[in-house]
Design a protein around this ligand. Structure first.
Ligand code: DP6
Length: 360
C-alpha cells in the first residue's frame, strides 16, 4: 500500500504562477510522558503525551515564488537576521519531504521566523519552530490544491520529521504521539489530539522556572542517540508504556495526586537515563534540586496539587490547576528570593494550538 501522505501527482505545471505568503504561529509543548529514545525514521520507542502551551510560540512567515535556475531555494531569517546554519538545516529537512510535497523543489522559499519567548530562556524551540514550518507547508499545499481540507494529521507527520516532539504541537490542549494500546488511533508516525480527560486538565498552568539559560551541554538529538547503548533502555521503554496506560486512566478523573506521582517520576526517569548513559551527563543544576525539594515540601505542608516536570534541561516546569494559582504564586515569590538573581519565571498555560497569522 502506498503511504497515505505520499502524493506523487502534486507537482506544479509550468504555466501556473504560484506565489504568495502565509504565516502561522505554533506553540511549544511540555511532555508528561517523555519521548526519549528513537528508531530510524524519527519513530519513537514509546508513546508520549503532552500539554500544548500558549505563550511560548514560534511565528513563521513563508513567502514562495516559482523557482528558477538563478533563485536560491531557501533563505531564512531568525529575528530578522539571516542564518546560513538554520537555512542549511531547513534545506536538508525540505529535501526529505519531496515524497509528501513533490512541489517543494519547484518553489523558492523566503522564511522569517521568531519566537515569542526570550532567545536565552533555555526553552527548547524545536517543537514550536518545526510545527510552525509544517503548518506553513501544509497551508501552501492547500492553497494550490484547494479541494483538500487542511489535514492536521499530515501537518503532524511533517512536523515529526523535523523534530519528534513537534508532532504534538499541532493540536490544542493535549496530544499523544506514538502507538499506545491505551489510545485508540494513536500512531508512531503522527500525533493525535487527546480529549478524553477531566476538564481540570485544560485549566493547567505551566510556570517555567528558568535556573539556567545557557546552551545545554548535550543536545536532545545526542541524548536520544545515547539511549541506544543505555543499559536501562528496554526497561525504560516498558516503564514509559506502563506509565502511559496508567496516566490515561487517571486523566479521566481529577485524582491529581496520582497524576503528579507519575509525571514527576517521568521527569526524574528522563534525567536518571542521562546520568547512567555512556558517557554519563547531568543537565540538572543545583538550583533544579533546590526548587524540587522546596516544591515537594510546600505540597506536603499545604496539601496542594502542584507538581513539577523537566524537559531535557535544568529548568523546572511547575504544573498546577488554575484554581490554586494564587497560592502557587506565593510559593513562587518565596523560592525566587532564595535563588540567584538571574533566575526567573516564565508563566504559561495550556493553550489552543496553532493559528494562522493574518497577513495584509
Ligand atoms: C525530553 O523532539 O527535541 O523534550 O526528535 O531529535 O528533535 P528530536 O528530539 P526532541 O526531543 C524531545 C525530548 C523531550 C521529551 C519530549 O518532549 O517528549
Amino acid at each position: 500500500m502506498i503511504h497515505k501522505f505520499i502524493q506523487p501527482q502534486r507537482t506544479l505545471s509550468p504555466h501556473h504562477h504560484h506565489a504568495g505568503h502565509i504565516a502561522w504561529q505554533c506553540p511549544s509543548n511540555i511532555a508528561l510522558i517523555k519521548y526519549w529514545g528513537k528508531r530510524p525514521g524519527q519513530l519513537p520507542e514509546n508513546a508520549s503525551i503532552s500539554f500544548t502551551l500558549s505563550e511560548a510560540r514560534t511565528e513563521t512567515k513563508v513567502s514562495y515564488t516559482p523557482r528558477n535556475e538563478s533563485s536560491q531555494w531557501i533563505d531564512f531569517r531568525f529575528d530578522g537576521t539571516s542564518s546560513e546554519a538554520f537555512a542549511q538545516r531547513i534545506e536538508s529537512y525540505f529535501a526529505g519531504l519531496t515524497d509528501y510535497f513533490p512541489f517543494i523543489t519547484q518553489l523558492a522559499f523566503s522564511i522569517d521566523s521568531m519566537n515569542t519567548f526570550p532567545h536565552s530562556s533555555g526553552i527548547a524551540s524545536s517543537a514550536s519552530a518545526m510545527s510552525a514550518l509544517a503548518m506553513c507547508l501544509c497551508d501552501i499545499e492547500q492553497r494550490i490544491w484547494p479541494e483538500a481540507e487542511m489535514d492536521l494529521q499530515k501537518a503532524s507527520f511533517i512536523a515529526r520529521l523535523g523534530s519528534g516532539s513537534a508532532s504534538r504541537s499541532i493540536y490544542p490542549s493535549l496530544a499523544v504521539w506514538g502507538k499506545s494500546d491505551a489510545v485508540e488511533g494513536s500512531s508512531d508516525e503522527y500525533a493525535i489530539p487527546y480529549t478524553d480527560v477531566h476538564p481540570i486538565y485544560r485549566t493547567f498552568h505551566d510556570d517555567v522556572l528558568i535556573v539556567s539559560a545557557l546552551k545545554k551541554s548535550v543536545s536532545s538529538s545526542a541524548g536520544h542517540a545515547l539511549m541506544q547503548s543505555n543499559p536501562y533502555a528496554d526497561s525504560r521503554y516498558q516503564q514509559a508504556r506502563d506509565n502511559m496506560k496508567r496516566l490515561i486512566e487517571i486523566m479521566r478523573t481529577d485524582d491529581l495526586h496520582q497524576w503528579g506521582q507519575i509525571i514527576e517520576s517521568e521527569a526524574l526517569s528522563l534525567h536518571a537515563l542521562m546520568m547512567c548513559s555512556d558517557p554519563s551527563y547531568i543537565l540538572m543544576k543545583p538550583e533544579t534540586l533546590t526548587v524540587i525539594e522546596s516544591l515537594r515540601n510546600y505540597r506536603k505542608a499545604k496539601q496542594m496539587p502542584v507538581f513539577f516536570t523537566l524537559d531535557a534541561g535544568p529548568n523546572i516546569h511547575i504544573l498546577y490547576p488554575h484554581h490554586i494559582q494564587d497560592a502557587v504564586q506565593e510559593w513562587m515569590k518565596d523560592i525566587l528570593t532564595i535563588l540567584p538573581d538571574a533566575c526567573h519565571c516564565l508563566r504559561d498555560r495550556v493553550g489552543l494550538g496553532p493559528s494562522r497569522i493574518p497577513l495584509p
